[in-house]
Write a protein that binds this ligand. Structure first.
Ligand code: AR6
Length: 173
């Protein structure tokens, strides 16, 4: 198992799959979602729109994941997952965030992905405190990565965010 923390624009990474921190509509938004759709081109929106709705307007419930091609991105696939909105931590947020990482990795394994980059899911617009998200995410990834040879990068958008994740990777030290 290999987990690395980097500071980069996830849309520029030449990995097999990048993960999108999307919303339940899967029809785009701000933050990393907006950047991924802009770089992938309009085909990505078409591909998302063609995914089935599980209830009106919802293509991916919170905590779940869906996969599409990457179109004009260097990455072959985009794995779209929907993190929880932070509401104080006692509304199931940790379990939902852990589920995002697990379901994204399950899709990656099913598609033969050998390298994957995650953004800091929920740590932007959705307000999840990075100091709480990072150890939880790394633990979830560690559990599914046992005995698997997949390269995982956590792609932070700032050095300050990367520092939080590196501290968590080093066991909080
Ligand atoms: N590369 C890597 N990380 C990025 C990039 C990028 N190009 N751009 C932003 N980040 P956010 P969320 C970081 O808000 O909190 C959207 O509107 C950002 O600095 O993108 O899960 C969706 O449609 C932050 O650290 O995702 C949803 O409505 C992290 O990515 C909502 O936002 C996640 O921030 C999801 O909110």
């Amino acid at each position: 198992m290999s987990i690395q923390v980097i500071t980069a624009d996830i849309t520029q990474l030449g990995v097999d799959a990048i993960v999108n921190a999307a919303n339940t509509t899967l029809l785009g938004g701000g933050g990393v979602d907006g950047a991924i759709h802009r770089t992938a081109g309009p085909e990505l929106l078409d591909a998302c729109r063609s995914l089935p709705q599980v209830e009106p307007g919802v293509r991916c419930p919170t905590g779940e994941a869906r996969i599409t091609p990457g179109f004009r991105l260097p990455a072959r696939y985009v794995i779209h997952t929907v993190g929880p909105v932070w509401r104080g931590g006692d509304r199931g947020e940790p379990a939902l965030l852990a589920s995002c990482y697990r379901q994204s990795m399950a899709l990656a394994f099913a598609h033969g992905v050998k390298s994957i980059a995650f953004p800091a899911i929920s740590c932007g617009i959705y307000g999840y405190p990075p100091e709480l998200a990072a150890p939880l995410a790394l633990q979830s990834l560690g559990e599914v990565l046992l005995d698997r040879s997949v390269q995982v990068q956590v792609c932070c958008f700032s050095d300050a965010m990367a520092e939080v994740w590196r501290t968590a990777l080093n066991g909080g030290r």
